[in-house]
Design a protein around this ligand. Structure first.
Ligand SMILES: Cc1cc2nc3c(=O)[nH]c(=O)nc-3n(C[C@H](O)[C@H](O)[C@H](O)COP(=O)(O)OP(=O)(O)OC[C@H]3O[C@@H](n4cnc5c(N)ncnc54)[C@H](O)[C@@H]3O)c2cc1C
Length: 272
């Protein structure tokens, strides 16, 4: 089963040390590739390319940059693509991103489909392009049909594969893949898996990105109170069970949101 790991670009020495400590342990699991996020509006304009270079050159990992177009200009994106091409990158994750608060301009691109079109127009088939998709529906799209049409637009623009937003309900994924196939989308749809490290943080983040934490899960975790070990065990069991169901049901791979830490992801992988 191909697996991949997602990181965010460290900005401080402390964050760099955390990632450096996690990398050898995660690399030992032989990921197909790793990816590094990009802050929309250029907030990681320097850090994402720097991290990609470090992952490729110092850690010998096939590292794929995320590229978020929201708030960016054609020239900025063009320069990043040239830079990535020059350092041997062959895979990209193309996103719209979310406008950072306080930033007014949307930039030259409105949707990720326009970014995919731009990448194909500028670089043909040079890059393998992944896009995002949402089994529980993107939060700004209250209509699942419209969201699926917009996903299809990214595929028609040239996406080779998709990674989902995380979810904890396997049926949401299976139904989504079924609907996508029905809409003529044939690219691989890899589930994004969020191991649980910090439940309070996860809850806050899930509200923002539209991922649902099932009530039974939240209630069980709350019931453990301050028993951190019990929460870790329970969370790893639940996420490993989700992964098992996804793989048994035909998921073509698993993409782990590591948040730059090895332990929560390894706790899941060790159970598989
Ligand atoms: C795997 C993964 C990785 C991510 N990595 C990052 C990252 O590195 N950096 C970051 O900032 N964010 C990242 N995100 C978050 C993502 O940027 C947000 O979810 C963002 O709100 C949407 O991005 P998108 O690429 O899915 O946008 P889009 O596909 O453009 O969709 C955004 C919204 O617009 C709607 N829409 C699309 N096209 C149209 C149209 N033509 N007309 C009307 N509505 C339309 C869609 O239905 C959706 O509601 C990631 C998400 C995932 C799932």
């Amino acid at each position: 089963m191909p697996i991949s790991f997602e990181f965010f670009p460290p900005k401080t020495d402390e964050q760099r040390a955390t990632l450096d400590a996690a990398l050898p342990r995660l690399k030992a699991r032989e990921p197909e590739y790793v990816s590094c996020t990009f802050g929309a509006g250029g907030s990681t304009l320097r850090y994402t390319p720097e991290t990609i270079r470090r992952l490729r050159e110092q850690h010998a990992l096939d590292a794929a940059p995320h590229l978020s177009c929201m708030g960016g200009t054609r020239e900025e994106i063009r320069a990043l693509l040239e830079d990535y091409r020059a350092c041997g990158v062959r895979r990209l994750v193309a996103l719209r991103g979310d406008l950072p608060s306080g930033m007014a301009s949307h930039g030259d691109f409105r949707y990720a489909s326009e970014l995919v079109e731009f990448i194909r127009a500028e670089h043909g088939d040079r890059f393998h392009v992944e896009v995002a998709c949402y089994p529980e529906v993107h939060p700004q799209s209250d209509d699942a049909h419209a969201d699926l049409r917009h996903f299809k637009a990214k595929v028609d623009a040239g996406a080779d594969g998709a990674i989902t937003q995380y979810f904890y309900n396997a049926d949401a994924y299976f139904r989504f893949v079924e609907a996508a196939r029905g809409a003529g989308i044939e690219i691989p749809i890899v589930p994004g898996i969020m191991p649980i490290a910090n439940f309070t943080q996860l809850k806050r983040f899930s509200d923002l990105c539209g991922a649902e934490i099932p009530r039974w899960m939240a209630k069980r975790i709350q019931a453990y109170g301050d028993d951190v070990d019990a929460i870790r065990e329970f969370a790893a069991d639940v996420v490993a069970d989700l992964c098992r169901r996804l793989v048994a049901g035909g998921a073509p791979g698993l993409h782990f949101y590591t948040l730059n830490r090895a332990r929560p992801t390894l706790a899941v992988l060790d159970r598989l």
